[in-house]
Write a protein that binds this ligand. Structure first.
Ligand code: PEP
Ligand code: MN
Length: 252
């Protein structure tokens, strides 16, 4: 994987949370047809409120395994609790550490000993140095396959959920030597901004995108306002590809 913001661009796409298996299968096939590189999907969801949908856990992992078998798309999914590591490793080709766990140093040390790439999302209030230090916990343990992800930080602005820190992308690349992805979905929390922020991420040299897509987002049990419609994914990715190729790069 390129480390300089000049290699192939990875596009991981999929549902915020995996729910009904048939829906996930249809979404996965649409993403494959639309040109996605990887399938994302949450089995264990880090929700702000304990009364919100927490994800379908092992059932969702089984659904992801089936989607991978049917489409061949590699899976990225979040590890929320190290006690679930063995189950997650059975299906994940990349383990996501969510923003809320970026400084869970016990989890980071554990992932340092795992033979699987880790997508480490920047915490909402972490500086660039703190983000690189969190990655260091993983690679010092022996796992050098770490990818950072800028997913928006908390600022005073309420017009969107988080402020996407685009300047952090090249700085993180330079300071860490690691690939840096952008999450254009969780940053704004608004579907209408996802394409523009994706293009901005490509323009600033991101190594990958992780974008939320569902069949019927308004009925999703998490993040209904930001997910793209899977029926629109090919059009979305076509626009992203146009810029990627204009910059002399390719989608992986
Ligand atoms: C997610 O990607 O599903 C997620 C919860 O993102 P974050 O940890 O960035 O909030
Ligand atoms: Mn989400």
């Amino acid at each position: 994987m390129a480390m300089t913001g000049s290699g192939d661009v990875v596009v991981a796409a999929g549902q915020c949370s995996v729910d009904e298996p048939d829906v996930t299968m249809r979404v996965a096939h649409q993403l494959l047809a639309g040109g996605a590189t990887m399938l994302r999907g949450g089995a264990y969801k880090p929700r702000t409120k304990p009364t919100s949908f927490q994800g379908r856990g092992k059932e969702a992992l089984a659904t992801l395994a089936r989607a991978k078998e049917e489409t061949g798309l590699p899976i990225v999914t979040e590890l929320l609790d190290v006690r679930d590591l063995a189950d997650v490793l059975e299906v994940a080709d990349m383990i996501q550490v969510g923003a809320r766990n970026m400084q869970n140093t016990g989890m980071l040390k554990t992932l340092g000993q795992v033979d699987c790439p880790v997508l480490l999302k920047r915490a909402f209030s972490a500086t660039i140095d703190e983000t690189v230090a969190a990655a260091e916990y993983i690679w010092r343990g022996g796992n050098e396959r770490v990818i950072l992800c800028e997913r928006g930080i908390r600022t005073f602005e309420p017009a969107y959920r988080f402020t996407l820190d685009l300047a952090a992308v090249p700085i993180l690349q330079k300071r860490s030597g690691l690939p840096v992805w952008v999450d254009p979905s969780h940053a704004p929390g608004r579907r209408d901004l996802v394409l523009r922020l994706s293009l901005a991420a490509i323009a600033v040299g991101a190594d990958g995108l992780i974008v939320e897509v569902d069949e019927d987002p308004p009925t999703a049990r998490s993040d209904p306002d930001q997910q793209l419609y899977s029926a629109d994914f090919a059009i979305y990715l076509g626009k992203v590809r146009g810029l990627v190729e204009a910059m002399g790069r390719r989608i992986a």
